[in-house]
Design a protein around this ligand. Structure first.
Ligand code: ZN
Length: 92
């Protein structure tokens, strides 16, 4: 599992505030916070403090989004294995 990037976390939980540069709105509780220059610390602090399960929520979102693709890949692999073992039984 690759490390979760701060940038991706913030993109998932913060949206820009129209007309207010460097301000972002939390998608969970709608609070507005200012993002420091080149740093996500202020935004991440809020998530850590108010939504301590945000990493879980984020990973769950990723799972849900890619569920179809993973099922397809897994299903194909599993089917291929079954066919392979069936062929082996018949041939040998
Ligand atoms: Zn919040």
């Amino acid at each position: 599992m690759s490390e979760i990037k701060s940038k991706d976390i913030c993109a998932a939980f913060w949206t820009t505030v129209p007309g207010r540069e460097s301000f972002y709105s939390c998608t969970i509780c709608k609070i507005v916070r200012k993002q420091g220059p080149r740093s996500y610390a202020n935004l991440l602090d809020h998530l850590e403090d108010k939504h301590p399960d945000y990493k879980e929520v984020y990973l769950k979102q990723l799972e849900d989004n890619s569920d179809g693709a993973i099922s397809k890949i897994y299903g194909a692999t599993s089917k291929a294995k079954n066919i392979h073992s069936w062929i082996r039984q018949v041939v040998y």
